[in-house]
Design a protein. Sequence first.
Length: 308
Amino acid sequence: MADDRAGGAPRCGFVAILGAPNVGKSTLLNRLVGTKVSIVTSKVQTTRRRILGITVKGAAQLVFVDTPGIFTPRPGRPLEQAMVRAAWRAVEDADRGLLVVDSRRGLDRDTRLILDGMRERGLARSIVALNKLDLVAPPATLPLIRELDRSGLFERVFIVSALTGDGCDDLLQALLEDLPEGPWLFPEDQLSDLSQRAMAAEITREKLFSQLHQELPYSLTVETENWTASPDGAEVRIDQTIYVQRPSQKAIVLGKGGRQIKAVGEAARHELEAMLGVRVHLFLFVKVRARWTEDPERYRELGIEFPS
Ligand SMILES: Nc1nc2c(ncn2[C@@H]2O[C@H](COP(=O)(O)OP(=O)(O)OP(=O)(O)O)[C@@H](O)[C@H]2O)c(=O)[nH]1
Ligand SMILES: [Mg+2]
């Protein structure tokens, strides 16, 4: 890859993508990296951990950090507290913050909370991406841009649609140009820091989030227990456990005659096969663990710290 780096001294840096739940952070990460590294659903609080998405352009390696949406956690919900804490920590560790705002929602309570948090932490030089441009008329974003400008926290504002890709090239270019000089921190072909096992669990969780309703997705977590490739490498058997909190939830996840879990398994298997390029045999088991959200072991599997 010597040719690729011929553009000058190597540069590398971390950009943390932060914002309120559901504003499109993970969609934007996937768009900027050019491949799916973080799951996306129409529901809030999809992302639960810090996830790296890495992209290389010429001499530059840009490491994006996807974070859980930042909101006021409800008292007594340790998972929510851990998610919000993981998000702030990722932002504090990064070279730069990229705040994503939903152009339609504007500066709602959650986003104002984030602006306050950025001020408290002395985070400046951040960039804003006003997302979901495809859903608003551009002039409607002007008051929003003025207000973000007045906050003094941001160097630049970009108007983008992570869904269609509009404006995303300009944003990426600006972030690349700004990277500090320094050696690359990851191998050049690495796209993410999630192991295949963890990504496989995330994919199943995405399908559960999409197919189940109301509060149920927030009551479950998925872990990959076993991953066995066939000797010729053409097939893989993956066993996963879905932890729920109550027997009634287990019944819903299974569905009548096992129909629900079958549909989830089918959707997850399709995506895993496309991702891995091999035949996948996916086995899903549902276990009731009333207090899994208070079990540090489950947090370790999730890649976040148990709130102490
Ligand atoms: N119309 C439109 N929808 C978008 C855009 N970007 C994201 N979405 C949708 O917004 C929803 C939330 O997207 P995510 O990427 O999961 O949002 P997030 O900010 O990562 O959400 P959390 O992880 O829950 O905090 C999904 O239904 C996306 O398809 C966009 O530019 N335009
Ligand atoms: Mg997300």
